[in-house]
Design a protein around this ligand. Structure first.
Ligand code: SF4
Length: 322
């Protein structure tokens, strides 16, 4: 069966952990709370960390002399350097993180939907850009699952985030000992998941594991991680998911009756039409794996890539990226 080691996640502190917003409030979030049962959170509030106190006057970011700066208009403070220094020292001090869950639109924590004024002194026009802290995460931790709580309301984005998060945690676990047999098993268990995401890169991962060049284990794990990050960089296309479903089904269908076969194939079409979620089909495939005692299939991460309790009942498959 699929294992779910506890992912290590850095989370914005105001998302239900402490009243640290500029106005002395907190913003509890159902998903952040639910995820907390399965992950190990490290909380952070960059604005409190640089000594601004709570409550405080709000910050703003914008251009000044061709540079993006962070200021507190009400007090005239320019905290650009302080925030950059804190961000670098905090992120350099972190070890082995699987993901980040940030508050959206915050000039500090926001990842990519932050108001950046064209002119700091005349706040009329603005674009969307990165927060001072949130914008640095991908650079320090490439390949980690990075999202904000606003985007995670979308089912497809949330699913991709969870898949990436738990896959990173599983890899982190085997990377501690760097035993080749563990990597062989990891690759075997993730075969169908990676097939759905990116077939070409999945096959490249297979070559890395085969290690015909006889690299050291450390080198093989490093090469594999880099390729795995490439695989998980973007959510899979639903057409590739359907191909994967057919591929898996082909391996068990010989043992099924004609009616059972037709029922599954009709269900795939219902998934294609967004009338049922992927989890329903995966559940059916899992039941075949149990019924035919197919260990290879039982261990496939594709069928249950993250804990079942995190699969929303309202999972409708809507909002998928075509
Ligand atoms: S968004 Fe970030 S900086 Fe702002 S209150 Fe929340 S944790 Fe603190």
């Amino acid at each position: 069966m699929v294992e779910y080691p506890e992912p290590k996640v850095v989370v914005s502190q105001c998302l239900g952990f402490k009243k640290c917003r500029y106005n002395g409030q907190t913003i509890p979030d159902d998903f952040v709370e639910k995820l907390g049962d399965f992950v190990n959170y490290t909380t952070v509030c960059p604005e409190e960390e640089i000594g601004l106190g709570t409550p405080r006057d709000p910050l703003r970011i914008g251009k000044k002399d061709d540079e993006i700066r962070m200021v507190q208009p009400a007090t005239g403070k320019d905290v650009t350097k302080k925030m950059q220094k804190f961000t670098a020292s905090f992120l350099e001090g972190l070890d082995q993180i699987d993901g980040f869950l940030m508050k959206n639109r915050s000039p500090s924590c926001g990842i990519n939907d932050v108001k950046v004024y064209h002119h700091l002194d005349q706040p009329t026009g603005s674009d969307r850009g990165e927060g001072f802290f949130g914008g640095q995460l991908a650079e320090y931790f490439p390949g980690t699952a990075i999202e904000d709580e606003g985007r995670l309301k979308n089912y497809k984005i949330r699913e991709h985030f969870l898949i990436k998060l738990f896959t990173n945690a599983r890899f982190r676990k085997i990377n501690q000992k760097q035993q080749m047999k563990d990597l062989v098993k990891f690759h075997s268990n993730h075969k169908y998941l990676f097939l759905a995401y990116n077939e070409e890169a999945m096959r490249a991962c297979g070559s890395i594991v085969a290690n015909h060049e006889q690299h050291s284990a450390a080198q093989v794990f490093s090469n594999y991680r880099e390729k795995m990050h490439e695989i998980l960089a973007k959510p899979p296309k639903y057409t590739a998911i359907i191909n994967t479903l057919h591929h898996i089904f082909g391996g068990v269908s010989d043992n099924l009756s004609q009616d059972e076969k037709q029922f599954f194939l009709n269900s795939v079409e219902e998934y294609r039409d967004e009338r049922i979620p992927l989890s329903t089909l995966n559940h059916m495939l899992k039941s075949y794996a149990i019924r035919f005692d197919n260990d290879y299939l039982k261990n496939q991460v594709f069928l249950e890539p993250y804990p079942r309790d995190l699969v929303e009942i309202t999972d409708s498959g809507k909002g998928r990226n075509h």
